[in-house]
Design a protein around this ligand. Structure first.
Ligand code: SF4
Length: 437
């Protein structure tokens, strides 16, 4: 064995996928996983800076690991990965946390692998192992999961005013289709039943590849892989959600009728300041088009409240759009300025209390909408892909094609199966039912 590793991960599904890739690389190098970062020879923190809270958490974790390294584990290698790592930021962080041994950018693990090869303790690693330890290596399903995230576009070139991602993950680029399909085949052979194709703007997939290769094409190809029962994709940008993609979702059986399309704000004035590239009317048209092809499609969205200059009228437009569209799930974030972004230069003029008030009002409203929509599923039979057995509650947990969370009890082993469940209780965020024979 080469040594032990632990990867601490926070943030989006892209980070989860990156961590899984890195784990596969490290295992190809002979490392084995340990449960606690404190005990590892190599501790990797895969970080997120999309908001202040995850960044603060990563700093706390880093500080605690630095203390352990300084007092009792001087040989421990500490690697910082993910969106905290940008060129400029790495220099500042190296000064602030001199115990960090290596910085490695999101979805680019080369710097870490290179560092290990140069390190005296790992000089025995041979060329074959190193060639195996490539990021493009299909991820290993180490935790015997049923669903997996597969990145298909990396980075983002959109530069929305408030978003730090393009500065940390670089411009967008598509992974080669054969690389993605190899990974999906490998995951299917390891027991994965559902894949979620990932990208900051996943519906841009293929813009830099040969003609005819786009997300609609890729979804159909992934759906053909033996063993894969369901395919999803996220996150979409309204500007690229075209009819071909919607039709593909409607017509490809294994592709779930599920969309994640952030609208972020209901006011055109705020959308323009955010540089989102669409209006409220454009967003409304997309939702109508999806519902024309797939009347019961599930649509999730992201909303930001308290963006600089957001007046009460602007906020009411967000409330009205929410009320009118009645989407399925809303991730609501209170605006917080992120370094180097365009909006960070604007006056953050909505008070903390007002941001919280707007978040609460909107949250109450969407919870009510969720509860009302859920009631319609009561008494229905849904198809659940079972992802996990919850020992403590003695029940199975899975999801419907519309991504609704379902719990049910059953003595039989249902892991990884598609089970028909009759819904007997429906809350705003989950459903409980009984399996049918
Ligand atoms: S589309 Fe906008 S919000 Fe999404 S990652 Fe790109 S810049 Fe950020």
């Amino acid at each position: 064995m080469t040594g032990t590793y632990h990867i601490w991960t926070i943030g989006c599904q892209m980070n989860e996928a990156d961590s899984r890739h890195l784990a596969s690389q490290l295992e190809a190098l002979g490392f084995s996983e340990t449960n606690r970062a404190e005990d590892a020879d190599l501790a990797v923190l895969n970080t997120c800076v999309v908001r202040q809270q995850p960044e603060d958490k990563a700093v706390r974790k880093l500080t605690s690991l630095g203390g352990i390294k300084g007092s009792r584990r001087p040989g421990m290698i500490i690697a910082l990965m993910g969106c905290m790592v940008g060129k400029r930021e790495a220099e500042d962080l190296a000064e602030q946390f001199p115990f960090i041994d290596v910085f490695t950018a999101p979805s680019q693990t080369d710097a870490l692998i290179e560092y290990l090869l140069q390190h005296d303790a790992y000089s025995h690693l041979n060329k074959v192992q190193v060639e195996l330890a490539d990021y493009r290596l299909p991820a290993v399903n180490r935790d015997k999961a049923i669903t997996a995230f597969v990145p298909v576009t990396l980075g983002c070139s959109h530069v929305c005013s408030y978003c730090i991602i393009p500065y940390r993950r670089g411009p967008d680029r598509s992974r080669k289709p054969e690389e993605v399909l190899d990974e999906v085949r490998s995951l299917a052979a390891q027991g994965i039943k559902e894949v979620n194709l990932l990208g900051q703007i996943v519906d841009r997939y293929g813009f830099d590849l040969e003609e005819g290769i786009n997300l609609a094409w890729l979804l159909k190809e992934v759906a053909k892989v033996d063993g894969i029962l369901r395919v999803r994709f996220l996150t979409s940008h309204p500007a690229y959600m075209d009819e071909e993609l919607i039709r593909t979702v409607a017509e490809t059986e294994k592709v779930c009728p599920y969309f994640e399309i952030p609208f972020q704000a209901g006011s055109d004035r705020i959308l323009e300041s955010m540089r989102r590239g669409y209006t409220q009317a454009d967003y409304r048209d997309i939702v109508s088009n999806i519902r024309r092809w797939i009347p019961d499609a599930s649509i999730n969205t992201d909303v930001i409240v308290g963006y600089p200059g957001e007046s009460e009228e602007d906020f009411l437009e967000t409330m009205n759009l929410t009320e009118e569209l009645r989407l399925d799930m809303h991730h609501i974030a209170k605006y917080s300025p992120r370094p180097r972004t365009l909006s960070a230069k604007m006056k953050d003029d909505v008070s903390t209390e007002e941001k919280e008030r707007r978040r609460t009002v909107l949250d109450e409203r969407v919870t009510k909408i969720n509860a009302e929509k859920s009631q319609k599923i009561l008494g229905e039979t849904v198809e659940v892909l079972v992802e996990e057995f919850q020992e403590k509650k003695n029940r199975w947990r899975g999801r419907t094609p519309h991504n609704k969370l379902v719990f049910f009890e059953d003595d039989a082993n249902r892991l990884g199966q598609l089970v028909s469940v009759k819904i007997e209780w429906a809350g705003p965020f989950s459903l409980i039912g009984v399996p049918l024979a």
